[in-house]
Design a protein around this ligand. Sequence first.
Ligand SMILES: *Cc1c(COP(=O)(O)O)cnc(C)c1O
Length: 404
Amino acid sequence: MTLDEARARDAADPLAPMRERFALPEGLIYLDGNSLGPLPRTTRAAIDHVVDRQWGERLIRSWNEGWIDAPARIGAKIAPLIGAAADEIIVADSTSANLYKLLVAALRHDPARTTIVSEKGNFPTDLHIAEGAAAAVPGARLHAVDRSYLAAAIDAQTAVVVLTHVHYKTAERFEMAQWTRTIHDAGALVLWDLSHSVGAVPVDLSGAGADLAVGCTYKYLNGGPGAPAFLYVRRDLQDRLANPLSGWMGHAAPFAFTDGYKAASGMQRWLVGTPPILAMRALEAGVDLWADVDQQMVAAKSATLFDILAQAGDVLGLECVSPRDPTARGSHISFRHPNAYAICQALIARGVIGDFRDPDILRLGLTPLYLSHEDVWRAGEILGQVLTDQSYTDPAFAERLAVT
Ligand SMILES: *Cc1c(COP(=O)(O)O)cnc(C)c1O
């Protein structure tokens, strides 16, 4: 694609007005919204309101003026993005903590089934938490296998299969309905991690008949650093699974202050402690931006943005590890290069922020809400400059920072 063609695409882009709703620094090309979404313009005022009016003036009365309902209310706003009903999702804790709650619950659901199956190379916390969840249930174990062996690893011992729908490195996407069917045929439950899917690709948990899901909100939902995560439990399973972290917010009557634990019905039981209201309000501002957004438009633009960079990569002879078929991937593009870290740093020095994933992946997020075709075209140009003039070989770009 030429610069003129990219500009013509922008002129006809129905999502172009969304960019104004983000406070992105001038001159920066931000290709890391798949790791930390940018600041929505409405977030600051929303937080100020919580601080000044609700906390500052209304004080504890605010719990009955919208605070206590935040986990369910914000969950209901996320629901249409993942094909869930409003009462099948709740916002709570981190993705890691929610994985733990659901995995232990799934293991305890049918004691005859003792295995968690997952994919080697899954996002690290998913495997770490699965290991910890298995350790918490006598006789249980984690069986992590290469993607090509997954189907063979699912058997009569399998309690739950935890899969990340869109792979954080390669952007490969599992075919959700088909895998859900395969897992159900073996009598197991499926838990989808939607961290790189929600707000990135259309998701239909109900259509797929999925059992369980978790997801992250500080990536494509722009909820802010460390924003609370969500979890999903299909309605007919809700009263059959128990939250192992039996905290008071998941109690049927938290304010009865009784000694014994009695789980709330519905999604409320997946709450643990008091919801973080400042973080919840920031998340809600991010989620509200999605209210008017057509998911199919996002998917179509994501595919075009991908093609612009894939084409640039082809010209440069870069190895693209992301699927070329848009229905088989998420909304980022990854290139493999032995100097990926230094290239990433050299790009940042030139105003193009992407990220690096160990050991050799340069990952560039393609977020249609606030990236123009011209931005992405320019990023391809700058990538070409960095590779051609070899500026990435500057030793300053080899130094590893704590967060990559
Ligand atoms: C980002 C991400 C997480 C994040 O987990 P936290 O508990 O928020 O740190 C988990 N799983 C996947 C697949 C992710 O991409």
